[in-house]
Design a protein around this ligand. Structure first.
Ligand code: ATP
Length: 222
């Protein structure tokens, strides 16, 4: 995993006739997990998709000192920005193995990722409809990881999953950050329990604000 620094500068984004993101500033460096929580409709998906290049934006998105905000989505993906979309984006007709082969021709990269997700290795011949929700999510994440992304964007990856599966998912994501990657992850509501090491930001009506950790808040008291 190569390293990355993400910097959003006055980023706005939305859809024709509907601005969702109000001017957004955020800096994340390699090793960071940034958790973005917020209620339904707050703009979490819009923000993640704006960074991936799927939403109209103004303002700047810097990755490793390069302004990528005018790059099309495919160029961002080739540059190592990987999106795990909210509903996983798996192909009904492809097996798990075919999803991974489509993502990379590097068999050793696939092997490395499957070493970290041993259960998925046992499900490689299955199509998405034959996989549990947790297995589908692991496949969607594995498909992103086999390309050794420098910036990993995950939109509500824990949605609908059992606590044990969420625990495994969090461990895999923590490994990505520990290896120097930068991770942005969204969760609905306010819950942060699954992501104790994340830097927490809250998005409300398109406005992103940092949430102080309890220890920071205590430290800030006179
Ligand atoms: N393709 C679209 N065209 C127009 N408006 C959209 C589109 N997608 C989302 N929106 C609107 O943008 C706003 C933010 O939606 P978004 O999906 O980013 O929120 P969210 O925080 O991810 O919500 P959820 O937790 O329900 O997924 C909402 O008002 C939504 O209706």
């Amino acid at each position: 995993m190569s390293t990355a620094t993400l910097h959003l500068n006055q980023l706005e984004g939305g859809y024709p006739g509907h601005r969702v993101l109000r001017p957004t500033n955020l800096t994340a460096t390699h090793g960071d997990i940034v958790l973005i929580t917020g209620p339904n409709g707050a703009g979490k998906t819009t923000l993640i998709n704006a960074i991936a290049g799927h939403v109209l934006t103004s303002g700047q998105i810097w990755v490793d000192g390069q302004d990528i905000s005018r790059w099309p989505a495919d160029r961002r993906a080739r540059a190592g920005i990987a999106l795990v979309p909210q509903h996983r984006g798996l192909f009904a007709g492809l097996t798990a193995a075919e999803h991974l082969r489509l993502a990379t021709t590097d068999a050793s990269a696939v092997d490395d990722v499957l070493d970290r997700l041993p259960h998925l290795r046992t499900r490689l011949r299955h199509r998405p409809s034959q996989l549990s929700g947790g297995e589908q999510q692991m496949l969607a994440i594995a498909r992103a990881l086999v390309r050794s992304p420098r910036l990993l964007l995950l939109d509500e990856p824990a949605e609908g999953l059992a606590a044990t599966v969420v625990g495994e998912l969090v461990r895999v994501i923590a490994d990505v950050a520990a290896a120097g990657g930068t991770v942005l992850v969204t969760e609905p509501g306010t819950g942060t329990a699954a992501w104790p090491d994340a830097r927490h930001h809250e998005l409300r009506r398109g406005l992103l604000t940092p949430v102080l950790a309890a220890t920071d808040a205590q430290g800030a008291r006179p």
